[in-house]
Write a protein that binds this ligand. Structure first.
Ligand code: C5P
Length: 285
């Protein structure tokens, strides 16, 4: 049984503006999202018999139909009439509950992988419609480049010309539930002394409306942002999505190691720290 291996990148939101709450409970957004070089891996093989066999060794990841990978595979197979005889092995590098889109990326990559394995050659819009059923961030990961996102996330407009920039990703040992962050956006208030305004950086203009509710409850994140912003290596710092990851845009890639060590000295080694870069365009390789 041959299996193929796929890479599912994480993302950050360089900007996230909430335009308002919709009657369906979701929020209309305008967000600039960009893939980053931290990857989950998916190995998918067709089997002769049986049902979906899903393997993931990472702790805390559901192995049943609650997992977006399994839901994506079931949706694909039931929509196009294929028996779900698949073995899928997921390797997790992207932390969960982090605002980095790991589960959404895994689901989008599953759709792209099955389109290739079953040779269905689906139109982009067909894939987008399936992706939007799985989650608001899933359509973004089909385009594999930086993109402006609107609607609840299902409208994706790829953009060209953004530079690749070095990043330090920083995630404390807790996650933020996305529904909680959105549902507290409207009545939340800024913490005095914490900078929330737009920051102009080589990566683009940074700003995230979800920082306001999330920082109010998870004050450590506000402290981390303030700390990052006064480090000489850091050009800008922002929370990604609904958190709990913050990213720092670095002035130079080489300075990331020293910053990482100082960060661990200040906030402890329980914090997940990752040096990576944005991938604004898919490479041709
Ligand atoms: O679509 P997804 O399952 O990722 O969304 C998780 C939750 O985040 C939604 O149930 C909703 O509470 C909130 N959300 C929102 N507006 C969006 C995206 C997500 O309110 N555009």
């Amino acid at each position: 049984m041959d299996s193929m291996r796929w890479l599912a990148p994480a993302k950050i939101n360089l900007s996230l503006k909430i335009l308002g709450r919709r009657p369906d409970g979701f929020h209309n957004l305008s967000s600039l999202m960009v893939p980053v070089s931290v990857f989950d891996t998916l190995e998918i093989a067709l089997k002769d018999v049986g049902d979906i066999e899903f393997v993931c060794a990472a702790p805390g990841i559901p192995l049943d139909d609650g997992n977006l990978v399994v839901r994506a595979a079931r949706l694909f197979c039931s929509t196009f009439g294929f028996p779900p005889r698949l073995r899928i092995v997921l390797g997790k590098e992207i932390p969960h509950g982090a605002g980095l889109g790991g589960g959404s990326s895994d689901a989008a990559t599953t759709l792209l992988a099955l389109d290739a394995l079953f040779q269905t050659h689906l139109a982009r819009q067909t894939l987008v419609d399936l992706a939007a059923e799985l989650g608001s961030d899933v359509p973004f990961f089909l385009v594999q480049s930086a993109a402006w996102i609107s609607g609840r996330g299902e409208q994706v407009s790829p953009i060209e010309g953004l530079p690749s920039v070095p990043l330090l990703l920083v995630k404390p040992p807790f996650g933020v539930p996305t529904p909680w962050a959105y549902s507290h956006w409207k009545e939340s208030e800024e913490i005095p002394g914490v900078p929330y305004g737009e920051q102009s950086t080589a990566a683009g203009t940074l700003c995230n409306d979800l920082e306001r509710p999330v920082f109010q409850k998870y004050v450590l994140l506000a402290e981390l942002k303030r700390w990052l912003l006064v480090q000489p290596e850091v050009e800008g710092a922002l929370m990604s999505g609904s958190g709990s990851t913050l990213f720092a845009v670095l002035r130079q890639k080489q300075c990331g190691v020293a910053l990482k060590e100082r960060l661990e000295g200040e906030f402890g080694t329980q914090i997940w720290i990752c040096l990576c870069e944005t991938i604004p365009q898919k490479s041709d390789g």
